[in-house]
Design a protein around this ligand. Structure first.
Ligand SMILES: [Zn+2]
Length: 231
């Protein structure tokens, strides 16, 4: 997206309006966005030939999805009279984005899942399955705690499988949780009981589980709202 914004010249400190092609994705959370520009500065830099100048702009952008700021770099294109988008930083978009509800429900799940994803993308395939298994344990226990706040002690002390059996009532959720736990256990133990399934299946099951919980949390919110309206 192009936008006319006020750029402050680094050399002269004068302000002027320039057309800038904004970043279309947050490099931190990977969300597609139109960023809110918090600050912008342009500077002229001598190129290698020493007799030409490269005019650049740097923007500080705010992403409302992850509540973080990132820097973007734009190069002036004199033919089009626009600062074309070049790059943005810091790049952390290896992370998978989870909804605000999931982030609130289980921040440890989000953190451990993304650590595992990072391990997987770094080629550490022998350990990421264990990480996904650990992330799932946080998600299931935090979800069970959310549904049964008075059972805190039992939930914390229970094994993952007994937590699933005792506290997850929905059959579909229980199946997804059990299947991803089994694959996770295979990734942890010496002998694989389900050799036809691997990390990709485990991630599919975990993400389906997340989608179910997400819609259930949205349903609870809607239920709260409608019960307030009725009163
Ligand atoms: Zn973001």
């Amino acid at each position: 997206m192009k936008k006319d914004i006020t750029l402050s010249s680094f050399e002269t400190e004068d302000g002027y309006t320039g057309t800038v092609e904004l970043a279309c994705e947050c490099p931190i959370c990977g969300t597609t966005l139109v960023p809110e520009v918090l600050s912008s500065v342009s500077l002229n830099e001598t190129t290698e030939s020493d007799d030409e100048y490269e005019n650049k702009a740097f923007l500080i952008n705010y992403c409302s999805k992850c509540d973080e700021c990132f820097l973007s770099r734009h190069i002036y294109n004199s033919r089009k009279d626009i600062y074309s988008f070049h790059s943005s930083a810091p790049v952390k978009s290896n992370n998978q984005y989870f909804s605000e509800n999931i982030q609130k429900l289980s921040p440890d799940f989000v953190s451990v899942y993304n650590d595992s994803l990072c391990a997987e993308k770094s080629g550490l395939l022998s350990i990421c399955g264990m990480g996904y298994r650990k992330s799932l344990e946080f998600l299931i226990k935090d979800y069970a705690l959310y549904l049964n706040p008075s059972e805190k002690e039992r939930i914390i002390k229970s094994t993952l499988s007994s937590c699933i059996n005792q506290f997850i009532k929905d059959e579909r959720l229980r199946t997804l949780a059990t299947a991803s736990t089994w694959i996770g256990n295979d990734e942890t133990h010496y002998v694989k009981k389900h050799p036809d399934y691997g990390i990709e299946d485990q991630k599919i099951f975990i993400n389906a589980f997340v989608t179910f919980i997400d819609s259930e949390l949205a349903y609870f919110q809607a239920k709260d709202l409608t019960s307030i309206s009725r009163n």
